[in-house]
Design a binder for this molecule. Structure first.
Ligand SMILES: [Zn+2]
Length: 411
């Protein structure tokens, strides 16, 4: 179906192949040999990598970037300012579709092929609206050609309502995209919400995701329960190998050991955590302890962008301040297979035969890449803000010569 030819280097996720080719079969999976009549995709001057996995996004926030009163403020001020903007705009399926189209188009233009959208804002008292919003986001993913994981989140929702809505979404989106569940954190949701969403996950075989140790999370856990967020999550059965925790700033050594013992995985989101002043999650130490680490941008309300490769560069640059330096290969691993593992998706984040045909061609022939001695490391160290030439999802070209399929449609 598709053969990527002419690349300088193919990085499969584990191997670096000089002048390699990648073949994608008619079923959209990577195959070892080219199929007859396959389309050729010219990757001259490019490094080919697996598609990036943005393991933590809030796509709806793509319409709420750089809002007055949200920069340089503590999270306890940020949250109500964002909430007031959502209320003023009116969160419905149409707004969520528009936001997801923006966020997902931006994502593919940055080399991201899979986005986990942790959706937290739902119209109160309208349980059926949940399916409408989830379907609207899935429609946006289809239009853009991106791979979506829809996370039915909750932020102070009625626990029963959240669970009923998650159940309905799991059924409605079955066969379309992966669904997961995820309370926003112990600061926003009661143990009952964690328990009920956990039951929905168990019934439908869904992954569980939440956030921990954002600033307000630690404050509220101390005030309300006299505990630390990770102690509560452990008690509530949410430190387990089907759970991924985003953020994890300012965790103690003892908490790190607890995470490693439970098999939980982590999502690092430095492009949110740093500007919000939450600190730098000790991801190198987590990796050394055996905790799986993925990478996410978090939402436009805190990050203002969804450029995962730029955030991978940031993760690498700040790592020495949080314990030890990370290599470019380690961070590229977070941005691909690491995020995929947290989603329970061994088919994503690498290019070995049988993997999903999700790949990116990064042109490294320009002046910003001249003089780079380690080309794969140079993907992150050099050329900040780099954008991919081509992006392929499941064997379909969704970005060709820097233009997204979605943009072409509206030209
Ligand atoms: Zn987040």
């Amino acid at each position: 179906m598709l053969t990527v030819r002419g690349a300088e280097l193919v990085w499969t996720g584990t191997r670096e192949i000089e002048r390699g080719e990648v073949h994608v079969g008619t079923d959209g999976l990577v195959v070892a040999t080219p199929e007859p009549a396959a389309e050729n995709l010219d990757a001259t001057g490019c490094i080919v990598t697996p598609g990036l996995v943005n393991a933590h996004h809030h796509l709806m926030q793509s319409l709420f970037r750089t809002l007055p009163g949200t920069r340089g403020v503590p999270m306890r001020e940020w949250l109500p300012t964002m909430a007031a903007a959502y209320t003023a705009a009116g969160v419905d399926a149409e707004l969520c579709h528009r936001a997801a189209r923006v966020g997902l188009t931006e994502s593919v233009l940055c080399g991201v092929t899979t986005v986990a959208d942790h959706h937290l804002t739902w119209p109160a008292g309208l349980p059926d609206a949940g399916v409408g919003i989830a379907t609207a986001v899935a429609d946006a993913a289809d239009a853009v050609g991106a791979r979506l994981v829809f996370v039915r989140g909750s932020a102070r929702d009625d626990p029963q309502e959240a669970a009923a809505s998650a159940e309905a979404i799991a059924v409605a989106l079955r066969g379309r995209c992966q669904v997961a569940v995820g309370p926003a954190g112990v600061h926003s949701d009661a143990p009952e919400t964690f328990a009920l969403l956990g039951e929905v996950a168990a019934r439908h075989g869904l992954r569980r995701r939440t956030q921990a140790n954002e600033q307000v999370d630690v404050e509220v856990a101390a005030q309300r329960y006299g505990r630390r967020p990770l102690e509560l999550l452990d008690e509530w059965g949410w430190l387990a190998d089907d759970v991924t925790l985003a953020h994890l700033c300012a965790i103690t050594d003892e908490e790190r050991a607890r995470l490693a013992a439970t098999g939980v995985s982590a999502t690092h989101a430095p492009g949110c955590d740093l500007p919000m002043g939450w600190g730098i999650a000790p991801v190198a130490a987590l990796t050394d302890d055996g905790v799986g680490v993925g990478l996410g941008t978090s939402g436009g309300g805190s990050n203002d962008a969804g450029h995962l490769l730029a955030d991978a560069r940031l993760a690498m640059q700040v790592a020495p301040l949080a314990g030890r330096a990370l290599t470019a290969r380690e961070v590229l691993g977070f941005a691909t297979a690491g995020g995929a593992a947290g989603l329970g998706r061994p088919d994503l984040g690498h290019l070995d035969p049988g993997a999903a045909g999700d790949l990116v061609c990064w042109d490294v022939s320009g002046p910003a890449d001249e003089g780079v001695h380690d080309r794969l490391a140079g993907l992150l160290w050099a050329n900040p803000g780099r954008r991919p030439r081509h992006v392929v999802v499941g064997g379909r070209v969704v970005v060709r010569d820097y233009v997204a399929r979605e943009q072409e449609r509206s030209l």
